[in-house]
Design a protein around this ligand. Sequence first.
Ligand code: HEC
Ligand code: HEC
Length: 299
Amino acid sequence: MKRVLKWLGIVVGTLLIGVVVLNFVGKSRLNNAPEVATKPVTAAAGETAVTRGEHLVNVVSECRECHGEQLEGGSFFDGEMGIYLAAPNLTAGKGGIGATYTDADWERAIRHGIGSDNRVLVIMPSNYFSHYSDTDLADLIAYLKTVPPVDSDFGPRRIGFPGSIIGGVIAFDDFTHINGIDHAHVGANAPVEGVTPEYGAYMVNIAACRDCHAANLAGISPAAGTDGPPPGPNLTPGGEPGGWTEADFINTIHTGQTPSGRQLDGEQMPWPIFSRMTDTELQAIWAYLHSLPALPDNS
Ligand code: HEC
Ligand code: HEC
């Protein structure tokens, strides 16, 4: 009996030490971003830049979906799994980052997924925003500097046990996006605005379509999407849109109704927001989708 207890003690002790070590490793990985190459831009000036930035923030990249209607921030976790986490207040109000953030800070957070305190940002989709061109990013930052300050303080992020182990060790690359970014080449691909597949691919990236429609845009099967974003269907010519015309596609985004008469759920597929995209943007996206190989659903 004593021997059994002794072994049990050793096993439990070892497990506890393991948990303590993993808790420490997870926290430290989440709180200390590795050194990465960054490419700061200077915020653009002038009304045209701010207007373009407004369009990018509010329509294309939908920052307000997570950061709140007034960019005042929004809570994501409130103690679940030991995690306290908000998409921070981006304004210059009390509790916001706007008053202290430099242009270099904005670039590092948006394109590289690293906060000004060097923490690795979680959930924030910088893996898609890393595709931002220098000029668009300069306009986007210009607009962010003009948003009215709102007082709203969510306090600092805290990731305790077991979130530290789940998010910091086991599922680090799902919780964060820092490893999915080609840091040295951000801004390198800046296609000229126009109705071309290249510009369409750029839009699909910065609008994060792949987050819900899969990396290859062939769709996500409903089962695989149960704990992630809503699963979107196949957008390649192998899916239903393969039989559409450009006008069908644009009409679908404008009205949420597909050519077969199905009404898309605007909460799941953000067509009400994307409907404010320009004709050039939508035509370019269509040109890109149409240029893809016809892939089977969810392949
Ligand atoms: C899918 C939700 C989501 C979207 C969309 C999103 N963010 Fe975030 N963002 C977050 C979360 C969550 C955090 C906090 C991450 C953390 O603390 O680990 C964050 C953090 C940030 C930070 C870091 C602030 C700091 O505390 O240092 C900045 C800057 C930021 N986001 C800007 C933007 C901008 C600009 C956009 C649109 C181009 C955007 N975000 C879109 C979820 C999102
Ligand atoms: C937040 C997740 C999400 C994002 C981001 C998203 N979609 Fe969707 N999309 C969906 C879902 C879910 C559906 C299915 C909705 C339904 O059936 O009600 C859908 C449906 C569609 C459809 C209809 C397809 C069909 O076969 O009926 C098109 C077209 C489409 N999305 C295009 C896009 C494009 C282009 C982008 C990027 C600009 C995009 N989506 C971004 C989730 C998303």
